[in-house]
Design a protein around this ligand. Sequence first.
Ligand SMILES: [Zn+2]
Ligand SMILES: [Zn+2]
Length: 243
Amino acid sequence: MPQVQRSSDLVEMHSEKAISFGLGGIVCLVISGLLFAYRGSTELFVPLSIVLAIIAASTICYAIYCLAQVRKVTSVAVTCPYCKATNKLLETPSGDFTCIDCHRLIPVIDGQTLPVNQVRCGFCNELNYYSEKTDVLLCEYCNHEIPIAHEDGFISRKKIASGFSIQDDDRMYELVLLAHGHKTEELVDCLQHMLALNRNQVKQMLGELPVTLLTGIPKRKAEMLKAQLVTHEAAADYRPLAS
Ligand SMILES: [Zn+2]
Ligand SMILES: [Zn+2]
C-alpha cells in the first residue's frame, strides 16, 4: 500500500532544518565577531574569524532557503469520512491511508475517499462505520461482528444472534490467526481492511497470538480470508464451530 506524505510532516522537517541551521549560523557569527573584536595586536585570529563568518553566512542562507521551502509545501485537504478531521496531504492519495485524528483507515479509490456508512452494533449499540471496501465489520468497541450487506447481495454473516439464520451449509467456521511472518506491516494493512479495525487495535491483536479473527463465517469466506492472510506470510487456520 502506498504511504501518503503529510504536508505537516514536511513542514516540520523543513522548519526543524531552518531552526538548527539558523541557530548554528548565529553561533558561528557571534564567535567570529568575538574573535575579531579580541584579535589583539598580532591579528592571529583574523583568518579564523573570516572563515567562521563565511560559514555563518552560508548556514544562515541555507536556513532561509529551508524557510522558503516551508512556504512552498502544497497540500491537499482530505476530510476523514469518519471523524471529519482534515488530513493535509502533499498530493491526492492513491490508496487508503490512516486518519491523523481517529487512526481509522480511510478508504480511497481513484483518489476519491469512499463514503462510509454508519451502523449500530447489535451487541453494544455503539456506532460503527463501513465502506464498500470493508469485507467484514467487527465492532470497534466489543469486537462482535456486525452483519453488513454488500451490493452483490452477499451478507457477511447470517444473523445468528437474531435467530433467523438459514443457510445451505449450516456449519459455521471460525478463522484463527496463529502466527505472523516478517511482512508485519503488510499483514497489519490486510487485517485493518479485513476487520475494519484501527492500526493500534490490529497491532495489539498481533501481540496476543493465537487470536480468533472471526467466528460464525461460512467456509467459503474462511477459505478466502485464510488465503489472503497467507500471502502476507501469516499462518492462519479455520475450523468448524461446535454446533
Ligand atoms: Zn478520522
Ligand atoms: Zn459492539
